[in-house]
Design a protein around this ligand. Structure first.
Ligand SMILES: N[C@@H](CCC(=O)N[C@@H](CS)C(=O)NCC(=O)O)C(=O)O
Length: 204
């Protein structure tokens, strides 16, 4: 069975899918599309956006639903509706957090400078403290007391946010560090990281 992930040449919304496939020890074609090649490819994508995963004879799009699908396949989902709600809720929180950082990153320099203090001193700590608390309650995992696709998703998103902010955002969050270490310790993830290309973030 062949898997092909189509995304750009940076982490962004593609990295959670790459991490999920790696965590599941699944060989995949990591199709990193150059920004200048995108206009030709865009019309062939379900919503004219990426990530798009070709797998199991289907074409999957939207990052979180793809991760949820892979989570179900790789035994990284919950056992019941409540557990699955908790997993979804973490993923949504992390996605919202990423959205705030990504929005800031793509402003022009003047607006970025104006908004930086609030982002770094208020917005980012607000989300990280909530997530730190979750990780504390679950013994170093975010949603429930077993590793789920939300943990893998969160760490991949965090890696992207670290690039955008130019620092290790969870340096002072010991329980989030535990989540990070658990995800990074997976054999498939270690293998993926050993050959992961450097990011090339286009200037949109
Ligand atoms: N809801 C989608 C959003 C995907 C999305 O915004 N993709 C952006 C890159 S991060 C994209 O393809 N931009 C190029 C374009 O819209 O032409 C998801 O969660 O995957």
């Amino acid at each position: 069975m062949s898997y092909k992930l189509n995304y750009f040449t940076f982490k962004g919304l593609g990295e959670p899918v790459r991490f999920m496939l790696a965590y599941g020890n699944t060989e995949f074609i990591d199709n990193r599309v150059e920004w200048e090649d995108w206009p030709n490819l865009k019309p062939s994508m379900p919503l004219g956006q990426m990530p798009v995963l070709e797998a199991d004879g289907e074409v999957f799009h939207h990052c979180i639903p793809i991760c949820r699908y892979l989570g179900n396949k790789f035994n990284l989902a919950g056992e019941n509706s409540l557990e699955n709600y908790k997993i979804d809720c973490v993923a949504e929180t992390v996605n919202e957090f990423r959205g705030k950082i990504a929005m800031w990153y793509y402003y022009d320099k003047q607006v970025k400078d104006e908004k930086y203090e609030k982002l770094i001193n208020e917005v980012i700590p607000f989300y990280l403290e909530k997530l730190e608390q979750k990780a504390k309650e679950n013994g170093g995992l975010l949603a429930i007391n077993k590793i789920t696709w939300a943990d893998v998703y969160a760490i991949a998103v965090l890696e992207y946010c670290n690039v955008l902010m130019g620092c290790d955002l969870i340096a002072n969050y010991p329980n989030l560090k535990k989540v990070y270490e658990k995800v990074m310790a997976a054999e498939g993830v270690k293998k993926y990281l050993a050959t992961r290309p450097e990011d090339k973030i286009p200037s949109f």
